[in-house]
Design a protein around this ligand. Structure first.
Ligand code: RNT
Ligand code: ZN
Length: 428
């Protein structure tokens, strides 16, 4: 892939960086160490933005109460296309990257393999690619877009056969995650989200939750050989078709994860619209070993819009950075927009998260905390506001330059060229 010569304006960028460095230093902030830190924080990029969450196992539409709206041309239709698209996105995103797969992205060749029979070998191409790209992998069982999820219930189904099928799927996925972890000698987040719930008011809220608890216990019973697989469970408030009741609610999984000492996934779109997950992290870290954050953006509802550098995102990143529990918090993207170029969607979201993390790393937190400790609340607030006026963009540009990714909007033309040369030729 041809890269634009980003070195062209570099003397100016270095000059601006030197100035910025001085300004930040006057607030006791070390920009060099912020950049170093940022380049070491892994960001897990979700495969499903590339194909509108369809997968490769024959589903023609997305089910489970989530929705990718839009019909922009160029959706990836197989593993090779998805990998090729992701590679372009990687080249435009600074920092340390991982790739987050769903079970329905298995590559089973000409044989039809149902989800409860998936084996590590069905992901060998993904693994080989991850090795070649020097990236880590994360994984998810897929409890939707499948005939046995059509009733709206999977692990909590009243039908024992259905429950057992999905338990077997969950077990198969943990083993696939273990295979990735062993092969890559790296941690792998194995996150379970399921759509189970009722459209209308249920008469029995307890029964499905008891069944879900039992199924999860069966799914996680097997002790894996080491602790490289990070099992996490993801709650949700409502979905399309499960507006009145979701079995795996926040309380359900918060309780389950803390009781079973396993990880919890917080999706930014899965709470009441004015509720933010920023305030939850410090509490939950006291009770669960690992937290996964699904970076997403709800517009009026859990709409999974592309992540932008919003105040909400900034608050979450501030918390992550302030807490410094780097080995216990994992940052993953989760959104899907089919109304625009999907590679650009990846790049916009990932770069926004990187910006918010950098902004958090550049916060004059020591000074702010001193004011807080002294009860000097006007200085605390005033400094937080003043920090917004520091020359962030000079540090960001310098970081992009160091990471050999395009600066500013220099990446637009690469995406457009790829759209013309590759995406437009795909029949949708
Ligand atoms: C759905 C959850 C879940 C999915 C992905 C595809 O509301 O957020 O994380 O988006 O697993
Ligand atoms: Zn999610």
């Amino acid at each position: 892939m041809e890269k634009k010569n980003i070195q062209a304006g570099s003397p100016d960028i270095e000059h601006r960086y030197t100035d910025a460095k001085k300004q930040y230093a006057s607030f006791d902030v070390d920009t060099d160490s912020a950049i170093r830190m940022l380049s070491s924080i892994p960001l897990s990029i979700h495969c499903w933005q590339g194909d509108d969450v369809i997968g490769f196992d024959g589903a023609s539409r997305l089910s489970g109460g989530i929705l990718a709206t839009g019909s922009y041309p160029g959706r990836a239709r197989n593993g090779d296309e998805l990998r090729q698209d992701a590679e372009l996105a990687f080249s435009l995103i600074p920092g340390k990257k991982r790739f987050n797969l769903h079970a329905m992205y298995a590559e089973t060749g000409s044989s039809k393999v149902d989800r409860d029979e998936l084996q590590p070998e069905h992901f060998s191409r993904w693994l080989a690619w991850a090795k070649e790209q020097h990236i880590g992998l994360d994984f998810n069982p897929s409890f939707f877009s499948h005939p046995l999820a059509e009733s709206g219930f999977t692990l909590s189904s009243p039908d024992e056969k259905v429950r057992k099928f999905w338990v077997r799927h969950g077990i198969a996925c943990r083993r696939i995650s273990q295979y990735f972890a062993d092969e890559l000698k790296d941690e792998v987040v194995n996150n379970s989200w399921l759509p189970d719930g009722y459209k209308d008011a249920p008469a029995d809220r307890l029964g499905p939750r008891l069944r879900l608890q039992e199924s999860l216990d069966a799914m996680y019973r097997e002790t894996l050989p080491n602790d490289r697989v990070i099992d996490t469970v993801e709650s949700k408030l409502f979905g399309i078709g499960s507006e009145s009741y979701v079995v795996g609610s926040h309380e359900f999984y918060m309780g389950y994860a803390s009781k079973r000492n396993m990880g919890l996934c917080l999706d930014m779109g899965h709470f009441h619209p004015t509720e933010t997950i920023a305030d939850k992290i410090s509490s939950l870290l006291l009770f669960v070993p690992q937290i996964v954050i699904h970076m997403s953006r709800g517009v009026r509802w859990d709409s999974d819009h592309i992540v932008i550098w919003s105040e909400d995102l900034q608050n979450v990143c501030n918390e992550i950075v302030r807490i410094k529990a780097w080995n216990r918090i994992h940052i993953l993207l989760d959104y899907f927009d089919a109304s625009m170029n999907r590679i650009a969607a990846w790049v916009i979201g990932a770069r926004s998260v990187q910006k918010a993390l950098l902004f958090a790393l550049l916060e004059p937190i020591d000074l702010i905390r001193d004011y807080e400790a002294k009860g000097d609340y006007f200085r605390r607030l005033a400094l937080m506001e003043e920090a917004k006026n520091l020359p962030f963009s000079s540090v960001w540009d310098y970081y992009c330059l160091n990471q050999s990714v395009p600066l500013g909007n220099d990446w637009f033309s690469q995406v457009s060229r790829y759209e013309d040369d590759v995406l437009r030729l795909r029949a949708n």
